[in-house]
Design a protein around this ligand. Sequence first.
Ligand SMILES: NC(=O)C1=CN([C@@H]2O[C@H](COP(=O)(O)OP(=O)(O)OC[C@H]3O[C@@H](n4cnc5c(N)ncnc54)[C@H](OP(=O)(O)O)[C@@H]3O)[C@@H](O)[C@H]2O)[C@@H](O)CC1
Ligand SMILES: [K+]
Length: 499
Amino acid sequence: MDEVLTTREMAEADRLAMAGGASGPALMDRAGAAVADAVCRRRPAGARAMVVCGPGNNGGDGFVAARVLAARGYRVELFLLGSRDALKGDAAQAAARWSGAARPLTEAQPAAADVVVDALFGAGLARDLDGEALAAVERINASGTPVVAVDVPSGLDGDTGRVRGAAVRASETVTFFRLKPGHLLYPGRRLCGPVRVADIGIPESVLEAIRPQTRRNGPSVFGDAFRAPDEEGHKYGRGHALVVSGGVEATGAPRLAARCALRIGAGLVTVASPSDALAVHAAALTAVMVRRADTPADLAALLADRRRNAVALGPALGVGAETRERVATALRSGAHVVLDADALTSFEGEADALAGLVGERPERGVVVTPHTGEFARLCRGRADIGEAESKLAAARAAAAALGVVVVLKGPDTVVAAPDGRAAINANGTPWLGTAGSGDSLTGMTAGLLAQSVPAYEAACAAVWLHAEAGARIGPGLIAEDLSEALPAVLREYFAGQGA
Ligand SMILES: NC(=O)C1=CN([C@@H]2O[C@H](COP(=O)(O)OP(=O)(O)OC[C@H]3O[C@@H](n4cnc5c(N)ncnc54)[C@H](OP(=O)(O)O)[C@@H]3O)[C@@H](O)[C@H]2O)[C@@H](O)CC1
Ligand SMILES: [K+]
């Protein structure tokens, strides 16, 4: 159920279902009935339901919903953009079975209704809203009347999560078969309200042909790759993560990362520290070890021990040539690498230089974890990435260009792999936007890489577990809580696997 389909893939699912014997009107009947069910959960029979229909099949779903609601005793008024005669195909059939009037959309007064069904545009939205449609959406949003959106709120682009001119603010959205990217990517996610995925009779088997590349992030994405340690294992079997620290005034971030690397299951974790910060780290760390590393050559020496199989650089490391050199050292070692914050900003506008270093050892996993600002700096000058149509497309383009797994952070974090796979995260909480939260994510990623979880799955697991930990703490969350919340999160996660 975690596959996410683009509008094109959804049309393909529809086509394959029909090729397999499903009928278009039957699919539309189930879609419209699912929308009617949502209205019924929200308002009792007798309520005034206003259905606004567009000229395509989204409007067709609206006609079905109107018919079902009227049969269940709702007082239904239906308004149509365009003329009834102009409807085609399944929508025309659905309209023919609606015995009530279809009044001009300009007459729709949503403030007078108890609930609105928004069936103006769905997957077929082709341009920015204007004219009558725009005015109707503005009236709906101003009315304060609850809105059930059909497939997507009208005006929201289902592929990108972006608004085309204006979009309905829905109280809930009923979509069909699978989620679309626009349900998960902001601002779309906010405009949808809670999203219900209705089964309309499209068989699961169509996915074998479509092979969707996008998923909602969760254990279905990474569960096979991240399992509980086996009973006979020992700490050396769970890898050794190295976290590179900056100077004495910047030791908190690497310690947060190191503790998270250990909590998530790395067998050993070491902070590589410059001499001036050694004493601070030594006083503050117990299970995490400390080693001196003043220069990139010192880092190379530490990484020459191949048991140190994952390294994290970035948090509070400082921006500049020295950090670039450390990144190059890490990327030339045999270790898996996580790059965050200053390690990425040190390559501002030089994504190609970073890609060159990554390309020297393509067998090893590299994950970068920028927030939006760091991402924009890193990819400056790359129009193919900067002008991508969505956050999802941008992360994918960057992953392909850099040859790394990209974790593009935010309330709708996207994880993308160079091979095109991508996952959109949706279990977070705004409380995760706090100092040190990103450092913790970096550490979790390093800890998973140390356990030999492949880079894409490691990144997806880290993002999901980090969000899960944050959501559990909620209000008052500080970064120190994240590592401490992990044991309970992990216990449940492994229990869910039957481990
Ligand atoms: N696929 C499936 O499995 C199933 C799909 N189902 C349903 O079908 C929906 C997709 O239907 P769809 O393809 O007919 O597109 P839809 O969203 O109705 O819009 C197209 C119409 O709008 C028009 N139009 C576009 N933009 C406009 C604008 N800015 N301003 C004004 N007009 C604009 C466009 O006009 P044109 O661009 O041709 O001028 C065209 O007439 C999907 O969301 C779901 O609800 C279900 O029944 C279950 C099975
Ligand atoms: K809609």
